[in-house]
Design a protein around this ligand. Sequence first.
Ligand SMILES: [Mn+2]
Length: 236
Amino acid sequence: MTVLPLIGIPGRVKAGSDVAGIPVNFGAAQVEMYMSAYAQALIAAGGLPVHLPIDADPLLLIERLDGLLLPGGTDIEPSLYGAETETDVFPPEPERDDFELGLYKGAVDRRLPVLGVCRGQQIVNVAAGGTLHQDVPPHSGFDVAVDTELHEVTFEPGSTLRDLYGPSLRVNSLHHQAVDAVGEGLRVTAWADDGLAEGLEHTSLPIVCVQWHPEMMPTRHTDPIFSWLVAAASDG
Ligand SMILES: [Mn+2]
């Protein structure tokens, strides 16, 4: 029997009262959720996705995984990159920051492949000592369909993203924050036409990040970024 590469996806914590359809007496119960499109894309690419509960020890989880997908989500606590809060549009969830930073640290120590998407790219950058722009309204496509191609990105020659996508790509844009100062060991390999960083790669580890949401596009089942993660997770 073929053993598929096991790829972990953390989620987000909600109260039962914030989830439609849950009986009212479960209102105080903790619920975790993630966007299924990530799992669907990884399954289509030949991987085996698994949800990572926030209450588990991130390092024990990482020991069992072949790869990590850090997904989109809320803002990162600005004090983690030495800044004051400038916006509360998507308030930080400190426990989630701790959990995902722990997962990422473990993945780096084990040299596990990591794909960061949106907030995931920002987590990777902050973990490496980088900083964020806290509000970039032209990239906040929250009032249009999630697969709306809002801008173009151009890829750096000699990068993994360039190998996967070619010279440029039209992408959706569902973020209101973005990479500012780039963290140690990372380089920007995708640029929006206004100069914002839309992709990051580690210079020596199998870590690739994108600021857009490939899993929200109708092409998610064939998008090469998920095949990259599955192939890299199969190499170990
Ligand atoms: Mn964008």
